[in-house]
Ligand binder design. Structure first.
Ligand code: ADP
Ligand code: MG
Length: 255
């Protein structure tokens, strides 16, 4: 598997004058979890949505190097959006099997069994026949996570996948995702430094306008990490870094 390498990239929403990021350089290592932190509105979701191939009509994107290119990449990607994007007219299990349905494949017994197992692992086996509207926000997020884990793609893009969960469920599902996505190239956006440190083998903080990426050296433990002294120290330094960029991005009044 190749890394995702982007050099000198500028992205501007069509109709806007100011780019969201310009001259951005980043390499997402293959078979590695990269956690991306940064203040709200700095462009994290935009970057992920572009890599997922769903912004190509809406933005002007230029880069001196972008490998693999978007066409090659989008076939290899499972994407979990910041909003759960479940289809309201499908049952929970049919939402989890959505990728198979969209590929025109018949949802066979093996696929349904795999989906049921994932629903059990995210604690929602009993809700398999329910419609998304009958679920809480956190439950819907768990269905969206199961749908993402179901797809078995080499690249997995997740935008704040655990944000609506209580602390215990979040901890369990971080563990589950780390196990099931062990050999994948994962880009995880999170607003939580502790989550970034628990799961990130590469940790990047995005900030500024246009956005830049700043790299944080993670603890040496394998993921999912437990909190120890080194972890706590780095968590503190990430918080300080975020606080500094937060002050810079809100100077002149809170946005
Ligand atoms: P983050 O995920 O870091 O909170 P986003 O990527 O969602 O940030 O947004 C970055 C910037 O891009 C924001 O200023 C936002 O208003 C702008 N933006 C997001 N989506 C669009 C869009 N479809 N058209 C124009 N601007 C957008
Ligand atoms: Mg976002």
């Amino acid at each position: 598997m190749t890394p995702i390498r982007i050099l000198g990239a500028t992205l501007t929403y069509i109709g806007d004058e100011t780019p969201i990021f310009s001259e951005l350089n980043v390499e997402f290592s293959a078979a590695t979890w990269t956690a991306i932190l940064g203040p709200s509105g700095c462009g994290k979701s935009t970057l992920l949505r572009y890599l997922a191939g769903i912004l190509s009509e809406k933005v002007d994107f230029r880069a001196s190097v972008f490998t693999p290119n978007l066409t090659e990449l989008s076939g290899q990607v499972a994407y979990m959006a910041q909003q759960d994007l479940l289809l309201p007219w499908l049952s929970v299990i049919d939402n989890v099997c959505l990728a198979s349905r969209l590929n025109g494949k018949k949802v066979d017994d093996v696929t349904r069994q795999k989906a049921l197992l994932l629903l059990e692992q995210v604690g929602l086996a009993k809700k398999a026949a329910a419609r998304p509207a009958e679920l809480s926000g956190g439950q819907r997020q768990r269905v969206a996570l199961a749908r993402t884990l179901m797809q078995d793609k080499p690249v997995v893009l997740m935008d704040e996948p655990f944000s609506a969960l209580d602390a215990v469920t979040r901890h369990k599902l971080q563990q589950l995702a780390a196990t099931l996505l062990k050999d994948k190239t994962v880009l995880l956006i999170t607003h939580d430094p502790q989550e970034a440190l628990r799961l990130g083998e590469q940790i990047l903080v995005m900030n500024g306008a246009p956005a830049r990426l700043h790299s944080i050296i993670p603890p040496k433990q394998a993921i999912p990490r437990c909190i120890d002294g080194e972890f706590a120290k780095i968590q503190q330094s990430i918080l300080e870094h975020l606080a500094k960029t937060h002050t810079e991005s809100t100077s002149g009044g809170l946005k």
